[in-house]
Design a binder for this molecule. Structure first.
Ligand SMILES: C[S@@+](CC[C@H](N)C(=O)[O-])C[C@H]1O[C@@H](n2cnc3c(N)ncnc32)[C@H](O)[C@@H]1O
Length: 197
């Protein structure tokens, strides 16, 4: 979907996604000491805002100015200071080895851009830092609930692992996400860059 389509979706109502952070973000990150984080494809900022509340210094990137404006307003309301960036991931290259945490949640872009975004996200992880990618798993189409119905927008944990270089993979798995009475199937990859000797 292009920027105008996302902007229209975001303009339709107050919040498209939940105000709460994603459950896997909370589970994976709660024990980490806060540092510098970047949320790639941040949308309205539910995850970026939560990270900022935990003490992270957060950059939030999305090409939807409508979504970014919403995130900025929520941050002001909550007294949080984030770096909001309106940028297209086709061009945006995060600074290399600069973030203790790089997250990318539910980006729905086709190959080969998707692989390039993952590769750049991995390159942005600082020494000792973590990459966390979560998205709609390919098996969700047949066996899960909701999410995009276009297979081109879906991927597997192995797809992420294949695209990233220089990181040690800690987790690459399918995870269940309850949606009311239903179960959605997500792909989750957590990888780290070993500390520079
Ligand atoms: C499904 S939403 C997920 C938002 C957020 N990560 C979350 O979990 O709440 C996907 C986001 O990717 C953004 N996006 C899609 N293609 C993009 C691109 N080429 N450049 C920047 N952002 C993009 C959309 O604007 C949208 O906010």
């Amino acid at each position: 979907m292009d920027r105008d389509v996302w902007n229209t979706r975001y303009a339709e109502r107050d919040l498209i996604w939940s105000a709460e952070p994603n459950r896997f973000l909370v589970a994976e990150v709660s024990d980490m000491p806060p540092g510098r984080a970047i949320d790639i494809g941040a949308g309205e900022g539910r995850n970026a805002l939560w990270l900022a509340e935990q003490g992270w210094e957060v950059t939030a990137v999305d090409f939807s100015n409508v979504a970014i404006d919403k995130g900025r307003r929520i941050a002001e309301h909550r007294g949080l200071d984030l770096d909001w960036v309106v940028a297209d991931l086709r061009d945006y290259v995060p600074p290399e080895r600069s973030f203790d945490l790089v997250i990318e949640f539910y980006i729905q872009v086709p190959s080969p851009l998707r692989q390039e975004i993952w590769r750049r996200a991995a390159a942005a992880v600082a020494s000792g830092g973590t990459l966390l990618v979560v998205g709609h798993d390919l098996t969700n189409l047949e066996h899960g609930y909701g999410g995009p119905q276009n297979p081109a927008a879906l991927f597997t944990p192995a797809d992420v692992v294949d695209a990233i270089e220089g990181l040690d993979v800690i987790k690459a798995e399918r995870v269940d996400r309850p949606v009311g009475e239903h179960i959605a199937i997500d792909a989750l990859v957590r990888a780290v860059r070993g500390p520079t000797p």
